[in-house]
Design a protein around this ligand. Structure first.
Ligand code: TXA
Ligand code: MG
Length: 348
């Protein structure tokens, strides 16, 4: 299939015409990639089972992994769900439009192809002018997972989308790099207390300030406390670069020492080695390809950069990447969650 590429910088009249042309693909049951404030999404009509199947095929995604539905106005929620819980209303008031996906019981009209057979549906109102204009023009709720091939780092730049999906989707709306760089926070409101299934830019502390008690899925806590992983041999292929990624743990001095030692080990061997360090620590290392994730004092910057840095190592053919561990706190939970998954829980 030939993918129509649409580059949009500003939402001027010409851009709106291009968006309208892209929306025609959605109406016809096709697939269109579009930017959001988190990562690029791979969209199709959420109410059309045949269109939804195309998303799974384009991504190579297992069909039991549910998709989230994107809307561009608050009154679009009601038709998608069995009811809107009070807590959901409060979250919508505070965090929408924004990087928060709310799981509720689904309406009968939501196809099971979308939810992977579940009775629940995740809904998100993205805070991005192009995404909002596009959803409105499509005239239907839009199902959209991240626009990467399954298992690859989520795309935060147009070139990542092209690499993964050119020729596999009907159209791509490419724009500036995405602002946040990690996917939305996912909270399940069908259980009490509500549970965070995936951490994101909307933090646990922010959710608790609005809702009171909020639990965190064992998937997430196991992830940051790796000793608890029930089956460490389990194969995780999320967000992974092609090279082998290893998280280096310890005090700052220990991390520096471990990486320096590992690098000296590789010296002279025909293998490309990399280090994912920070602005503050990158000068410590003198072998291999040293890339900064951003400043240690700016978790948002590091989060924005993570997926694109992993892809940079791929572009440069790096075969083994050592990444400095990051101290865990409310602001770094999402970043650490993605980083550890990308490393498949490999630690030294
Ligand atoms: O920021 C984002 O959320 C991006 C942009 C494009 O909006 N989308 C995204 O979609 O990250 P995806 O499919 O890559 O991740 C959605 C996550 C998956 O982990 C999926 O398993 C979970 O949400 N999810 C979706 N619906 C669910 C449901 N009904 N119950 C439990 N988990 C659900
Ligand atoms: Mg994804």
């Amino acid at each position: 299939m030939k993918t129509k590429i649409i580059n949009i910088e500003n939402l001027d009249d010409a851009a709106l015409r291009e968006l309208a042309a892209a929306a025609v693909f959605i109406k016809a049951g096709g697939t269109v990639v579009f930017p959001t404030e988190t990562v690029y999404g791979l969209g199709a009509d959420a109410l059309n089972p045949e269109a939804i199947k195309k998303i799974f095929v384009a991504k190579g995604r297992p069909d039991d992994n549910p998709l989230i539905v994107h809307i561009a106005a608050l009154d679009e929620v009601a038709p998608l769900v069995a009811n809107i819980p009070k807590k959901a209303q409060r979250l919508m008031q505070v965090f929408w439009p924004g990087p928060l996906t709310i799981i509720m019981n689904k309406a009968a009209t939501i196809p099971t192809e979308l939810t992977g057979g579940l009775d629940t549906v995740g809904v998100r109102f993205p805070d991005h002018p192009i995404a909002q204009a596009f959803i409105k023009m499509a005239g239907c709720p839009i199902a959209a997972p991240s626009a990467n091939r399954s298992g690859r780092p989520s795309p935060t730049q147009g070139k990542h989308v092209l690499l993964d999906l050119d020729g596999r989707v009907d159209a791509m709306i490419l724009s500036a790099d995405t602002e946040l760089g990690l996917e939305s926070t996912v909270i399940d409101l069908t259980v009490e207390p509500p549970v965070v299934l995936r951490p994101g830019d909307v933090t646990l502390a922010e959710l608790r300030a609005v809702l009171g008690e909020v639990a965190v899925s064992a998937h997430v806590t196991d992830n940051v406390v790796p000793e608890k992983v029930s089956s460490p041999g389990m194969k995780y292929t999320h967000y992974s670069p092609q090279g082998e990624l290893v998280v280096v743990k310890g005090t700052p001095a220990e991390i520096r020492e471990k990486i320096t030692k590992a690098l000296s080990h590789h010296k002279g061997k025909p293998m490309t080695i990399g280090v994912l360090a920070s602005d503050e620590t990158m000068d410590f290392y003198h072998e291999g390809l040293i890339i900064s994730l951003g400043s240690r004092n700016d978790p948002k910057e590091m989060s924005k950069n993570l997926f694109s840095r992993l892809r940079t190592f791929d572009e440069l053919g790096v075969e083994k990447i050592y990444v400095e561990d990051i101290p865990l706190n409310n602001e770094t939970l999402a970043l650490i969650n993605r980083l550890y998954k990308a490393a498949g829980y490999a630690f030294i």
